[in-house]
Design a protein around this ligand. Structure first.
Ligand code: CP
Ligand code: NVA
Length: 300
């Protein structure tokens, strides 16, 4: 594994190994002797807003002995039109790794190829692999088997997070039901290419029935702000709330990648009742990404 560009590009054993290493790093967080990034500088090149991803990578790189260099795309020449292919070749000669949050999936793939340094997808329009890997860790910690669980994704089934869930289901074996309005279901050819046990439905209750996990994400992903009013209307009825949760298993987890918009994709009462799981998902970004960084730095 030289990069983390998508879940699609990971093998099942990559995923199992990362989850195992993340759990070990979480248990030994106070042990400061493990410094696989010692002497290294990693660039965080972000074209979109972030709280969790930015902070977890900055803290994780620091804890592993490295230096994190945050570069807002709007504040470097990239924001004035310098091509990504040139930015990649410059950074690749100076830093030891790159963590990139941007729009096109092809941009992180081009960066990885041209920069010649380990590159991590910190969210594109196509995938959000770090989030879903951390979510799998959270599921395991909660006692779920990721080869047999039933996960229901409710909301924008064609967003980056849903697409990473599709590939995770294909690689890990769990059953994934995606409930979205027809226009927001993921493309059938993508689902067919992924394989696995994936069901696309329009009725959120059908997806939630007997599920071990109800998962949601924002209705308006970054870059889709122009469609906010249209999406708010389309997604009425796709909120995770007590009524929908009643269809799931009694002990079902409610998960959200955050940021959350209370009263839209989830109601406030349900979010607060499941805050332990939801904020553990956020914390697990740190532990999981440390496992990724350590592996890419060549020390695992
Ligand atoms: N979940 C997530 O990636 O959050 P941020 O956008 O705050 O990084
Ligand atoms: N789908 C969301 C995820 C945010 C972490 C977005 O792209 O904005």
């Amino acid at each position: 594994m030289n990069h983390l560009l998508s879940i699609e590009s990971l093998s099942s054993s990559d995923i199992t190994g990362l989850l195992h290493e993340a759990a070990m790093l979480k248990n030994s967080r106070g042990d400061t002797a493990f410094k696989p990034l010692s002497g290294q500088t990693w660039a965080l090149l972000f074209s979109k807003s972030s709280t969790r991803t930015r902070v977890s990578f900055e803290v994780g790189i620091h804890e592993l002995g490295g230096n994190a260099l945050f570069l807002a795309a709007s504040e470097i020449q990239l924001g004035r039109g310098e091509p990504l292919c040139d930015t990649a070749r410059v950074l690749g000669r100076m830093v030891h790794g790159a963590v990139i949050r941007t729009f096109a999936q092809s941009d992180v793939e081009d960066f990885a190829r041209l920069g010649g340094i380990p590159t991590i997808n910190a969210l594109t329009d196509g995938e959000h692999p770090c989030q879903i890997l951390a979510d799998l860790l959270t599921m395991q910690e909660s006692g779920l088997d990721i080869s047999t669980a039933k996960v229901a994704f409710i909301g924008d089934g064609d967003c980056n997070v849903a697409r990473s869930w599709i590939w995770a289901a294909a690689r890990c074996g769990f059953e994934l039901r995606i409930a979205s309005p027809a226009k927001f279901l993921p493309p059938g050819d993508l689902v067919a290419r992924a394989g696995g046990r994936i069901h696309l439905v329009e009725d959120p209750r059908e997806a939630a029935a007997g599920a071990d996990v109800l998962y949601t994400d924002v209705w308006v992903s970054m870059g889709k702000e122009d469609e906010a009013a249209y999406r708010a209307a389309q997604f009425q009825g796709y909120q995770i709330n007590a009524s929908l949760l009643a269809a799931a298993r009694p002990e079902a987890l409610v998960m959200h990648c955050l940021p959350a918009y209370r009263g839209k994709e989830i109601d406030s009462e349900t979010l607060e009742a499941h805050a332990d799981t939801i904020f553990r998902q956020a914390e697990n970004r740190l532990h999981l990404q440390k496992a990724v960084l350590a592996r890419l730095a060549g020390h695992r």
